[in-house]
Design a protein around this ligand. Sequence first.
Ligand code: SR1
Ligand code: MG
Length: 418
Amino acid sequence: SSEYKALSPETLADRLGGLDVMKKTVGRNAEGWTVREVGDGNLNLVFIVEGEAGSVIVKQALPYVRLVGDSWPLPLKRAFFEYHALIRQEARDPGSVPEVLHFDETQALIIMERLQPHIILRQQTMEGRKVEGLGRAMGLFAARTAFRGSDLSMKAGDKKADQALFAGNVELCDITETLVFTDPYYDAEMNRHTTPQLDGIVADLRRDEALKVEVQHMKRAFTSRGETMCHGDLHAGSIMVTDTESRVIDPEFAFYGPFGFDIGMLIGNYLMAYHAMPAHISDANACGEFQAWILEVIEETWSVYCAEFLRLWRTERTGILYPKALYEDQGHDFASESAAQQLLGEIFRDLVGFAGIEMHRRILGLAHVAELDTIEDEDLKAKCEAKCLKLGQMLVMNRNRLTGMDAVLAAARQTETG
Ligand code: SR1
Ligand code: MG
């Protein structure tokens, strides 16, 4: 039937067995397929389907928020935005995302390449396992998607049309506007701050008017500065890794927003992992060494981002912004180099603010992170969370003063050692 119906492990083979793409990639004998529902995210169904020819991922949106239940309806059209974001990300940073094999808008489902033996980045780091090349891969992904999805690169009409298309992702943006930028800073109904030892710190933070003003400035940037197509939810659960490879998944929150949004959310997640690490690696030396690696990843992500953004600026700048003609008639392109540096400075200040806010909402809001939530020792959990809240506040308040990523990392080290 053409009406939407949620799949189940029992019905999937019957419903998708006739698709050519499934016959080819999984196998013709649908009755022999193994189907497992493995979704551990907050919103969707995710199935691994295995057969004699291979395996795929089938991701299907539910008409509500999985984390909360059907009391919170959420439109199926998010699968449409995820599909459109995936194909754009593939074009802008080839090989960075799973290959899309099939999209069915009515059923809100995407059949895609199964990344194997990849696991979620959080899981990898919580086990104390590094990922070679993580900083480089994510710096390239963030820079290429930012640059190539913007007025620096796209034709003005294409960019405006694309921006109009993604403007329809209203409900997912509303989740971010509410859960990230608003709820954590007051006693909102959906908040889930679960560590009583933090009550005093949380009350102080919510009384901090200057902080809330800054957060509202960042929220305004999120809602009104449509600079590029952002992934929209780039955290350590949206990256799948092996020991040597990193791929990005789950761009259903895609929207046109500030250049610094994705990389800022990502760095906020790395900083939370940094402060949570003593709970996951008991040996102090091994823990310190792993924490140092996380900071190196942050440093590399940002330096690769800057280098790649500059390379694209010099070689691919064809959009309406900072046109070469404006600078080249002076016989050199120095002016545009300084414009690029100024823009990277602005991106840096934004990313620092977004990182700090992400660190707050993952403790005070509805959606938490496993690095902190799985800590069983309540006192240790409170200690790690308090560090994240403190660093988050420092970043939001000082984003215009910090001189560079080194200063962010120095602040993290200082917060960690007290
Ligand atoms: C109700 S959705 C909660 C969170 O899950 C997603 O991964 C986003 O981060 C969102 O804020
Ligand atoms: Mg997700």
